[in-house]
Design a protein around this ligand. Structure first.
Ligand code: SF4
Length: 96
């Protein structure tokens, strides 16, 4: 088991504050319109903790994963497809 940061796309406002704090971990994907978490062998705990504290939507959290998941390529740990579809539906329904 190891800990990875994840973003709840349904709550993320894409302020990109997390990118300012930890650009090696968090990125905005122009194609999907969603924030992403990079696949890294280890995550800088202090920087991720700072991003969690900073996040105005409180939508970054640590998640435990099985090492047996196998290597996942970029964009790395992401919400499930169901959560992604829900986030996109919410985004389409709520003008920003
Ligand atoms: S700081 Fe939070 S709300 Fe802002 S882009 Fe990052 S995850 Fe989204």
């Amino acid at each position: 088991m190891r800990m990875i940061p994840v973003i709840d796309p349904g709550r993320c406002s894409e302020c990109r504050g997390c990118v300012e704090i930890a650009p090696e971990v968090f990125r905005f994907n122009d194609q999907t319109g969603l924030m992403e978490v990079a696949e890294l062998p280890e995550y800088p705990q202090e920087k991720v903790a700072e991003a969690i504290r900073f996040c105005p939507e409180d939508c970054i959290a640590w998640e435990q994963i099985d090492e047996g998941d196998g290597g996942r390529a970029w964009p790395g740990p992401q919400p499930t497809d169901d959560r992604r579809r829900a986030a996109i539906a919410v985004r389409a329904a709520v003008p920003r």
